[in-house]
Design a protein around this ligand. Structure first.
Ligand SMILES: Nc1nc2c(c(=O)[nH]1)N[C@H]1C(S)=C(S)[C@@H](COP(=O)(O)O)O[C@H]1N2
Ligand SMILES: [Mo]
Length: 209
């Protein structure tokens, strides 16, 4: 063994990051940096007709509401740049997303005091659970643009969630609803062995991590 340098793909990748003048501590343990943008999901990509998509904010809120895409885009928006980390071990630095802060939508809805978590609901029944505190950060967005362009269908367009500080399965593509709930309930991957919280810097990939 050890004919080569002895360095693994992951070690070499981490060294390349420093060689490029980037801060390698941005890369969580067990991850590698890619410049590509892999496409990852279960099932089909929805094919929306114009005007068909909408978003429901519901559950433990005083004023549940539904937004069309035009209504969402008319709300105050921000463009933010951050790193994303998929549990299948790829990370991508400096991705820029435009959208509405989730907490601004929640302010419109009036979140009730019993709400502690949310369930994100996406097309075809994909769900993922997140604590309320983690989806109401400065960075958590209901995003409708990536790098200044509409989000392509394979990356979750017209609208997806982006929560950069958790593994990327917590960022539902083809978002259709955000439900405020009174306790933590597992979503799709969480019922199938994936971690309830999913902090990439703690490598919370699976149930017992
Ligand atoms: N609706 C939906 N959203 C999803 C998924 C999915 O299967 N369905 N996969 C998740 C996973 S595991 C990842 S890594 C990211 C991938 O996003 P991307 O294809 O834009 O890279 O989407 C997340 N959001
Ligand atoms: Mo993922």
């Amino acid at each position: 063994m050890g004919q080569n340098t002895g360095m693994s793909f992951f070690e070499r990748n981490r060294q390349d990051i420093s060689a490029r003048g980037l801060d390698a501590s941005r890369l969580p343990p067990g991850q590698y940096l890619t410049d590509r943008f892999p496409v990852l999901h279960v099932g089909d990509i929805p094919d929306y007709e114009l005007g068909q998509w909408n978003l429901n904010i519901f559950g433990l809120v005083d004023r549940p509401f539904t937004l069309t895409l035009d209504e969402l885009k008319a709300l105050p928006s921000v463009s933010l740049t951050f790193d994303i980390h998929c549990v299948t071990k790829w990370s991508k630095f400096d991705t820029t997303w435009t959208g509405v802060r989730v907490r601004d939508l929640f302010e419109m809805a009036g979140v009730q005091s019993e709400a502690t978590h949310v369930m994100e609901h996406a097309e075809f029944g994909y769900t993922t659970n997140v604590p309320l505190a983690d989806i109401t950060t400065d960075e958590a967005l209901v995003a409708y643009a990536f790098e200044g362009e509409e989000i392509t269908p394979e990356h979750g367009g017209p609208v997806r969630i982006v929560i950069p500080h958790l593994y990327f399965w917590k960022s539902a593509k083809w978002l259709r609803g955000i439900e405020l709930i009174p306790k933590d309930v597992p979503g799709f991957w969480e019922r199938n062995g994936y971690h309830m919280y999913a902090d990439p810097f703690k490598e919370q990939r699976f149930w017992n991590d």
